[in-house]
Design a binder for this molecule. Structure first.
Ligand code: ACO
Length: 332
C-alpha cells in the first residue's frame, strides 16, 4: 500500500437518543434546581438512551450518516475505529458490532478507550493509520452512553451526562487537509479522579458490589476542572504553534462539552472571542467522546465551517487523558 501524507474528513454524522431529560425532570428526582445546573454547568437538557439503545446503536446510526455523506460504500471502508469507554460489553470491541451492522466485511475493527478525549485520540490514531499506509478510507466513530453508568440518585453526577455518537469518514489524500498537528497526553496517576470501579478485572461485578453502587461513575469534579483548563490550554497552544499558525488563524474552536465554565476559562486564557468557540452542551450535556464530533457536525451543518478553514479541537477526560488537534477543513 502507498502512503499518503494527509487524511481528509469527507463525511460526518451524528446520532442522539430521542428521549430528552430536562433539568426540571432531574429536579423532581434529586435535590437540585434548574438554576444550579445551568449556572454551574451550562446544561439545560440532555438526551438519554432508553432500553434497547446501545452504544453500538448510536455509533451505527452516526457511522451510516457519515458514510452516506461521504458517498462511500461499506466495501470502501478498510478500517473501523470506535472511541468509547462505555462499550456494549467488556468484550468484544463495540467496533466489531458497528462493522457488522454497517455491512463492512473483513475490515479491522477496534475500540479506543480515552473517555472524553476519545475523538481527539481517535483522530490521531486514524490519521496515523492512513499515513502509515495501513488504511486509505477509515470510519471513526466516537460514542458513549454514560447515563447507563450513572446513579440517578447522585446529584453530583446525574445532572452532567447525556448520550450520543459522532462519526467521520477519513480518506487518504496528498492535499493538506484533515489533521495538520496533534498532541495527546495522559496522566495515569489521576485514574481515580474519575472512574467506574466495578465490572473490570480489578473488581469483577458481584451482587455485593452492585448493591454498593460500585458500577456507577464517581468523580472529583473540582480537581478535574482545574486539570482540564490547564491541559486543554497547553495542548491547544502547542498544536497551533506546531501547525505554523497563530490562534488568530483558527476559524473555530470545538472544545469538549463538559462544562461551559471550563470552555469559558479556556477561551479567556487563549483570548478567543466567544463567536469562535462552539458551545452546544446546553442541549446535550457531556456526551463524553461524542461531544467534539457532535459539536463539529452541528457547526458544519449550520454553515460555520468553510473549505480551507483551520479548526482547533481540544478535549480532556477520565484517565486522565487530554488532547488537541488542528484540522484543515475541506474535501480533496
Ligand atoms: N445540585 C445542587 N447542588 C449540587 C449539585 C446539584 N446537581 N451537585 C453538586 N452540588 C453541590 C455539592 O454537593 C457542593 O455542596 P457542598 O459545598 O455543600 O459540599 C456544591 O454543590 C459545590 O460543589 P462543587 O463540586 O464545588 O461544584 P463545582 O462548581 O465544582 O461544579 C461540577 C461541579 C459541575 C462537577 C464541576 O466541577 C465540573 O464540571 N467538573 C469537571 C467535570 C469534567 O470535566 N469531567 C471530565 C470529563 S467527563 C469524562 O471523562 C467522561
Amino acid at each position: 500500500m502507498s502512503n499518503s501524507r494527509y487524511a481528509a474528513i469527507i463525511g460526518w454524522g451524528m446520532a442522539v437518543p430521542q428521549q430528552v431529560v430536562t433539568n426540571e425532570d432531574l429536579a423532581r428526582r434529586v435535590n437540585t434546581t434548574d438554576e444550579w445546573i445551568r449556572s454551574r454547568t451550562g446544561i439545560s437538557e440532555r438526551r438519554v438512551a432508553g432500553p434497547g439503545v446501545f452504544t453500538s446503536t448510536l455509533a451505527t446510526a452516526a457511522g451510516r450518516e457519515a458514510m452516506e455523506r461521504a458517498g462511500v460504500a461499506p466495501s470502501d471502508i478498510d478500517m473501523v475505529i470506535v472511541a468509547t469507554c462505555t462499550p456494549d460489553r467488556p468484550f468484544p470491541a463495540t467496533a466489531c458490532a458497528v462493522q457488522a451492522n454497517l455491512g463492512i466485511t473483513r475490515a479491522p475493527a477496534f475500540d479506543i478507550a480515552a473517555a472524553c478525549s476519545g475523538f481527539v485520540y481517535g483522530m490521531s490514531v486514524a490519521t496515523g493509520m492512513i499515513r502509515s499506509g495501513m488504511s486509505r478510507c477509515l470510519l471513526l466513530v466516537a460514542a458513549d452512553i454514560f447515563t447507563h453508568l450513572i446513579d440517578w440518585s447522585d446529584r453530583n453526577t446525574c445532572v452532567l451526562f447525556g448520550d450520543g455518537a459522532g462519526a467521520v469518514v477519513l480518506q487518504a489524500t496528498e492535499e493538506r487537509l484533515g489533521l495538520i498537528s496533534t498532541q495527546i497526553g495522559a496522566a495515569g496517576e489521576g485514574e481515580t479522579m474519575m472512574a467506574v470501579d466495578a465490572g473490570g478485572t480489578r473488581m469483577p461485578a458481584t451482587a455485593d458490589l452492585l448493591a454498593q453502587g460500585k458500577q456507577y461513575v464517581y468523580m472529583n469534579g473540582r480537581e478535574i476542572f482545574k486539570h482540564a483548563v490547564r491541559e486543554m490550554c497547553d495542548s491547544a497552544t502547542r498544536v497551533v504553534k506546531e501547525a505554523g499558525l497563530s490562534l488568530r488563524d483558527i476559524s473555530l474552536v470545538i472544545p469538549h462539552q463538559a462544562n461551559v465554565r471550563i470552555i469559558e476559562a479556556v477561551a479567556k486564557r487563549l483570548e478567543l472571542p466567544a463567536d469562535r468557540v462552539v458551545i452546544n452542551l446546553d442541549r446535550y450535556g457531556n456526551t463524553s467522546s461524542a461531544s467534539v464530533p457532535i459539536a463539529l457536525y452541528e457547526a458544519v451543518q449550520q454553515g460555520r465551517v468553510k473549505d480551507g478553514d483551520y479548526l482547533l479541537i481540544t478535549a480532556f477526560g477520565g484517565g486522565l487523558t487530554w488532547g488537541s488537534s488542528v484540522i484543515r477543513w475541506g474535501r480533496p
